[in-house]
Design a protein around this ligand. Structure first.
Ligand code: ADP
Length: 547
C-alpha cells in the first residue's frame, strides 16, 4: 500500500522560494569586490535568481548544462547557485587557488558551457579561456559600470546586464529530484581531482541534516557568516541551510584576514561561523594582539582538517565561543560527523568534555559509518582500535563524475556499498569517531602506526609554534619515523631540543619525532590544508640523524 501524501520533489529552488515567502525580509549582507557592503533580502535574492535563470535560458542554457563559477562568497554567487541549479542546470564551483592549468583541466573535464567569475580572477580567466573551447559564454560578476574589457575574452558578458534581460515572470520548473544540481572536484591533495556530482535530493537532505540542533544547529535567530568558501564543498551546505531556516547570511567576499572578518562579525552581529583551522589562526591572532572581544559570536564549526585542541580551548575559555568540530569530505556533500555533547556528558569535568570536543564526532542521521581492518572485517567501537573509515548515506557519492576511477565502493556481505574515505579512525562505544590520520599520512614505525595529527596538535600547542606538520621519513630499522616540521611565530625562537622535550609525558616515548626541521612557512593547499605531498618532496633527500 502506498502512502497518501503529496509527492513534491526535493528541489533546491523550493528552499529559496520558502525563504522568500516565509523569511522574505531576512537579510543577505555581502562584502563586495567593489569594496562596499551590499545588503538585500531573501525575497530580492529569489526574484533576481529567477531573472538570472530566465536570462541563462535565453543564452541557451538547458537542463544538465554546467555553469562554472570562480568566485568569492557573495550575493551574486548565491544567485548563480540557485539560478543555474534551480533551472535544471549544474553549478560547478571552482577553487581559484588551484593552478590555472588545473582549472582549465577541470573546466574541460566537467564540460562547462558557461563560466561566471569575480573580476579579481580576470587574469586567471584570460589565461584559461583559450584552452577552454567548450565554454560558450564568460560572465563577469561585477556592476555593469565596472565591466572590464578583455581582448582575450571576446564577447565577455556582465552579470547585471544579463540579469536585466531576464523575465520577472519566469517560474521555477519542477523535475526529478535525482537530477544533478552541483559539481565539486576534490582538491586533489591525494591524486587527480575527481568530480562529486550532487543531486537536488542529496543537497536538500544534506541541508535538513546539517541544520539539526546537534549538527550545525542553525536557526532563524542566527546571523551566519560562512568563512568557508562557496567553492569549498558548497560552503559546507550553508547557502542552502541559511535560507532553509531563515538565518541572516553574511558573505565576507575576498576579505578573509583577521581584521576584516572581526569588523564584519561585529558590524553585522554574527553569532555563528564556519571555516578551516587556518582561517581561525588569523582571526584569533588579530583579536589577541588588539585585546578585542566578540560581542555576539558564540559558536563556530571547524573542520576540513583536524582542529588543534589548543584552538578549541582558546575559543571556549578565552572568548566563550563553542567550537563544533566537524568531519566531512567533498564526497559527502560534505558533512559526516560533528562533535557535540550529549546529556550524559553534561556533568563531566571540563577536561573530559574537552576530549569529546577534540573528536570529529557523531554521525548525523542519514550517514552510517564503520571502521574495517585491511581484510574488510568490521572492527570494534572501543575508542582504541583504529581502522579504515567507511561511510554510506543518501548524500555520499556512489560514483565520480564521468565514471572516473571506476566503482569506488566496497561491498559488504549484504551487498551494500560503502564509500572508503581514505581516513583512519577510531569509534568509541557512544559512536564518537576520531580521525587518527589520512591513510596516506599515517606513519608506519616498526609495524605500528603513529598519528601525524596527534603529533602536530601537540607541537601547535607550543607558544613559539605558528604551524606544524609531521611526515614519515624512511628509516632502515623502523621503516618510517616521524619528522616534525615547524614554522615559528614572528619573533619567536625555540630549539630542536626544547620542542622534542615538549612531547615528554604527553605521548608514548616511541612516538616522539626523531628530528625537527624549521621552515619559513608550512605549505598549504587550495583549501587551507597542509600540503604533505609538497613537504614529502621537499624532504625527499633528508636523512634522519637516527638512520
Ligand atoms: P581532499 O580530500 O581533496 O583534500 P576534502 O575537502 O574533501 O578534499 O577533504 C576531506 C578530508 O579532509 C577528509 O577525508 C579528512 O582526511 C580531512 N578532514 C576533514 N575534516 C577533518 C577533521 N575535522 N579532522 C581531521 N581531518 C579532517
Amino acid at each position: 500500500m502506498q502512502g497518501l501524501m503529496m509527492d513534491m520533489p526535493l528541489l533546491i529552488s523550493s528552499i529559496l522560494q520558502h525563504a522568500a515567502r516565509h523569511h522574505g525580509d531576512a537579510e543577505i549582507v555581502s562584502r563586495r569586490i567593489e569594496g562596499d557592503i551590499h545588503r538585500y533580502t531573501y525575497a530580492d535574492c529569489e526574484r533576481r535568481a529567477r531573472r538570472l535563470a530566465s536570462a541563462l535560458g535565453q543564452l541557451g542554457a538547458g537542463p544538465g548544462d554546467r555553469v562554472a563559477t570562480l568566485a568569492w562568497n557573495g550575493y551574486r554567487h548565491m544567485e548563480i547557485y540557485y539560478a543555474a541549479g534551480g533551472m535544471g542546470g549544474v553549478v560547478h564551483t571552482i577553487n581559484p587557488r588551484l593552478h590555472p592549468d588545473q582549472i582549465a583541466w577541470i573546466v574541460n573535464h566537467a564540460g562547462d558551457r558557461f563560466f561566471a567569475f569575480d573580476i579579481t580572477f580576470l587574469p586567471i580567466v584570460e589565461a584559461i579561456a583559450p584552452k577552454c573551447p567548450g565554454v560558450k559564454a564568460w560572465i563577469a560578476m561585477v556592476d555593469a559600470d565596472r565591466q572590464p574589457g578583455s581582448a582575450a575574452i571576446p564577447g565577455l558578458l556582465n552579470h547585471e546586464t544579463l540579469l536585466a534581460q531576464g523575465s520577472e515572470d519566469w517560474q521555477w520548473p519542477q523535475f526529478d529530484e535525482r537530477s544533478a544540481v552541483a559539481l565539486c572536484y576534490t582538491s586533489g591533495t591525494t591524486g587527480n581531482p575527481k568530480g562529486a556530482l550532487y543531486s537536488h535530493r542529496s543537497t536538500v537532505l544534506h541541508a535538513y541534516g546539517a541544520a539539526l540542533p546537534d549538527a550545525m544547529g542553525a536557526s532563524a535567530r542566527d546571523v551566519i557568516l560562512p568563512v568557508v568558501p562557496m567553492f569549498h564543498v558548497n560552503a559546507w551546505g550553508l547557502p542552502y541551510v541559511c535560507p532553509m531556516v531563515g538565518a541572516k547570511l553574511v558573505l565576507p567576499g575576498p576579505a578573509l584576514d583577521g581584521k576584516s572578518l572581526y569588523e564584519l562579525f561585529e558590524a553585522e552581529g554574527v553569532t555563528y561561523s564556519a571555516g578551516v583551522p587556518t582561517v581561525w589562526l588569523g582571526l584569533l591572532q588579530h583579536v589577541a594582539a588588539n585585546g578585542l572581544r566578540f560581542s555576539t559570536f558564540n559558536r563556530t564549526v571547524i573542520g576540513g582538517s583536524a582542529c588543534p585542541p589548543a584552538m578549541i580551548r582558546t575559543f571556549r575559555e578565552q572568548y566563550g565561543v563553542d567550537v563544533i568540530h566537524a568531519w566531512g569530505m567533498t564526497e559527502l556533500s560534505p558533512l559526516g560527523t560533528l562533535s557535540r555533547l550529549q546529556n550524559r556528558h553534561l556533568s563531566l569535568p571540563a577536561a573530559e568534555q574537552q576530549k569529546i570536543f577534540e573528536k570529529q564526532g557523531h554521525v548525523i542521521f542519514g550517514i552510517d559509518m564503520k571502521i574495517t581492518g585491511d581484510d574488510g572485517a568490521e572492527l570494534p567501537w572501543d575508542g582504541k582500535t583504529y581502522g579504515n573509515l567507511m561511510v554510506r548515506g543518501p548524500w555520499v557519492v556512489r560514483e565520480y563524475f564521468g565514471g572516473e576511477g571506476g566503482d569506488p565502493l566496497v561491498y559488504d556481505e549484504q551487498g551494500r556499498g560503502w564509500f572508503p574515505t581514505g581516513d583512519v579512525a577510531t569509534i568509541d562505544a557512544q559512536g564518537y569517531m576520531q580521525i587518527t590520520d589520512r591513510s596516506k599520512d599515517v606513519i608506519k614505525s616498526g609495524g605500528e602506526w603513529i598519528s601525524s595529527i596527534d603529533l602536530e596538535n601537540l607541537a601547535i600547542a607550543h607558544p613559539a609554534v605558528a604551524n606544524a606538520a609531521v611526515i614519515g621519513v624512511a628509516h632502515p630499522k623502523w621503516d618510517e619515523r616521524p619528522l616534525l616540521i615547524v614554522a615559528l611565530k614572528p619573533g619567536a625562537s625555540v630549539t630542536r631540543e626544547e620542542l622534542l622535550a615538549f612531547y615528554e609525558g604527553k605521548i608514548a616515548k616511541w612516538w616522539t619525532p626523531d628530528d625537527v626541521q624549521f621552515v619559513d612557512a608550512i605549505p598549504l593547499g587550495a583549501t587551507g590544508k597542509i600540503l604533505k605531498t609538497r613537504l614529502r618532496e621537499q624532504f625527499r633527500d633528508y636523512r634522519l640523524p637516527t638512520a
